[in-house]
Design a protein around this ligand. Sequence first.
Ligand code: ADE
Length: 223
Amino acid sequence: MYIDIISAVPDLLHSPFEHSIMKRAKEKQLLTVEVHNLRQFTPYKQGQIDDYQFGGGAGMVMMPEPLAIAIETLQKTKQYDEIIYMTPDGKSFNQKTANRLSLYQNLLIICGHYKGIDERIREQFVTMELSIGDYVLSGGELAAAVVVDAIGRLIPGVLNDETSALFDSFQDSMLAPPVYTRPADFRGSKVPEVLLCGDPKKIAEWRHNESIRRTEERRPDLL
Ligand code: ADE
């Protein structure tokens, strides 16, 4: 999969994909993330990419021309399955959307800044708008990193144990059960006996029940 990201602050996005599972996805050539500096595409002097809002009001708006040029330039070499704009007024990003996006070949993500991007770019180019939560970040970069991470680990072959993503929280609209590792007795607190019994059926049943219990307790809205 190829993910292109357009950003006014590309440095914010250099580290998140250089470690752990994202690094492995890159090394296996299953995921290529390219961050493009919006300023490279501006036709205006001194790299200008934002301007005051029409009608007045505090905060700058990202101008349409640099964004349109950036998108059109990238579209010359790739046909995007979705052009995603990260914004707090977008659709809430969740595991279902991550699953769907992980099946695509080419994604383009636009990160907003300041007051956001000119509405005409949203109307003319953007095909999907995503929010990662009901709070406002100073830009879309960290939100884009969250989305890329959630998608990247779902690409077949990225995780070593192919089945492990299937048991993630939210994968069946349920939270994951608790997990334990050695030692079996940590300062007097013992691992549930069933996990040591060696019977896969009993263990699966316990995990399923714990998932339900945890979901009822913490996120009854998911059930
Ligand atoms: N940009 C700023 N805040 C955001 C949020 N909550 N989700 C996605 N993009 C954003």
